[in-house]
Ligand binder design. Structure first.
Ligand code: FES
Length: 303
């Protein structure tokens, strides 16, 4: 019975994975792969195939979904993250936590869940262990599952260990168009890891994130610095990046220095320019909105 249930789960997972490929041409293959599984094959042949140059690894062997946030927002039982560990607030953080809770009416204590998880994550050097989340649940008189749900939903919370510096590269369209892939290649080469991995010395974790709202200065990345606990915590953006800039940022962080934050070439979004061929290139003249605005469209001038 248990084997049958496991097989059904595998079939369902394969079907979901295959349908997510959105490739009509592959649909017949998906169907046949799914039925092959139903008939006893241990793994879908399609899921082993090379899809547009990428080996598609079935979720059952990966243990997590495709984007890098999902790599870190799942609980994995490890020696430093299991139900037997203890999480103790430091005295200073306990006071901070109490100050946060006091901002809300006593019957809406649960509203403090996000800032408290944030505080716990900073104290815990970048991730929310099970006991850290349980401690937040206890303080806010919430059932633990509700706290786990919040921690799992938001991409700024990590449920498994990350490096002292969490490098989060934007992988959404405007940054991609401006060369994010070159930054990714450079970061992976410089750090010797791929997206979703942590360096052996525990110093850097590399993630891909979705748009972080700095598209005007694309491409960009964010660094969460957990190296100094709550007191030293920072979350900074580095924008208008060339591949060489990303190397400089990594080298500076390695030496414990503070690299230049925000745009590397301008003040906010001025002057005009773009990263082109790996270089910051100022551009003259108006690129968009080249004529005066037309004003509102009036459909009936008598009104
Ligand atoms: S697309 Fe990268 S910040 Fe918006």
């Amino acid at each position: 019975m248990r084997r049958a249930v496991q097989k059904l789960a595998l079939v369902a997972e394969s079907a979901t994975a295959c349908s997510s490929l959105h490739q009509q041409a592959l649909a017949p293959l998906c169907t046949s792969a799914t039925s092959a599984l139903a008939q006893g094959a241990s793994q879908s042949p399609l899921c082993q195939s090379n899809y547009r140059g990428r080996v598609f690894v079935p979720a059952s062997t990966r243990g997590f979904a495709a984007n890098s946030h999902d790599l870190f927002n799942q609980h994995k039982d490890t020696p430093d993250n299991n139900a037997d560990n203890v999480f103790e607030w430091t005295e200073a953080n306990l006071k901070r936590a109490q100050d946060i809770i006091d901002r809300y009416p006593p019957n809406y204590k649960a509203s403090a869940v996000i800032p408290l998880l944030d505080l716990a994550q900073q104290q815990n050097y970048g991730f929310l262990s099970l006991p850290a989340m349980n401690s937040v649940a206890k303080m806010l008189e919430m059932t633990p599952i509700r706290v786990y749900e919040v921690a799992t939903f938001y991409s700024m919370f990590n449920r498994s260990k990350v490096g002292k510096y969490h490098i989060q590269l934007c992988g959404t369209t405007p940054c991609r168009l401006q060369g994010a892939q070159h930054l990714q290649d450079t970061l992976e080469k410089t750090l010797g890891i791929h997206i979703g991995e942590t360096t052996k010395d525990g110093m850097f974790t590399l993630s891909e994130m979705e748009c972080m709202g700095a598209c005007v200065n694309a491409p960009m990345l964010a660094v969460a610095d957990y190296s100094g606990g709550v007191e030293g915590y920072s979350y900074n953006y580095y924008e208008d990046l060339t591949p060489a800039d990303t190397v400089k940022i990594i080298e500076a962080l390695r030496k414990g220095e503070k690299p230049k934050i925000n745009s590397q070439y301008r003040n906010k979004a001025e002057p005009r320019g773009v990263i082109q061929d790996g270089k910051w290139t100022p551009s003259e003249g108006t690129l968009t909105l080249t004529t005066p605005p037309r004003g509102p469209i009036v459909t009936n001038p008598d009104l």
